[in-house]
Design a protein around this ligand. Structure first.
Ligand code: FE2
Length: 167
């Protein structure tokens, strides 16, 4: 892959060929954990590291939505993709480590859901090269569904299990 000034190649965790170019400057402005976006306290599970990653993800989705509405999705794509990579590389893996350490019975299925998430985001990246606007819209729908179905449901099962185990 050719070098592009100011850009680096990012390797997705666990994906041999999932590469994307990210802008170094934007990568330094990873989405942060502040409360800029309205976080509904009902989303809290009470397990700190889970709530942290859910909040982080929620901020990514909120930024994408804001930028899409403002018609500037293209400007923030590097930041969104890099933040999603950070979410996968840091938070999803952290969650898997906890699930493994606590012998969560649904570990394999849960890991497969994470893997599918990463595969889908890589696919969005490929689609993004062809059609920015459409990809931003379909990606937003997908990420919102992930928040609803995965973060608030599947992760909740894991949280209930952690609580049983006294975490
Ligand atoms: Fe999860």
């Amino acid at each position: 892959m050719p070098r592009v000034q100011g850009y680096d190649i990012y390797h997705w965790p666990g994906q041999g060929q999932g590469l994307f170019l990210f802008n170094r400057e934007l990568a330094n402005t990873l989405i942060d954990m502040d409360d800029k976006h309205t976080w509904n306290k009902d989303f809290n599970t009470g397990v700190k590291f889970i709530d942290e990653q859910h909040k982080y993800f929620f901020n990514i989705v909120s930024l994408l939505k804001e930028n899409l509405n403002a018609g500037v999705c293209k400007d923030s794509a590097s930041r969104i993709f890099f933040s999603l990579a950070h979410y996968a590389e840091h938070f999803l893996i952290q969650e898997e480590i906890y699930l493994k350490d606590y012998s969560f019975p649904g570990l394999r299925e849960h890991k497969n859901l994470h893997k599918e998430f990463i595969r889908r985001v890589i696919q969005f990246q490929v689609e993004y090269e062809k059609d920015v606007g459409e990809t931003c819209r379909t990606m937003l729908v997908y990420l919102e569904e992930w928040f609803e179905n995965h973060n608030l449901k599947h992760d909740k099962e894991a949280v209930d299990y952690f609580r049983e185990k006294g975490l």
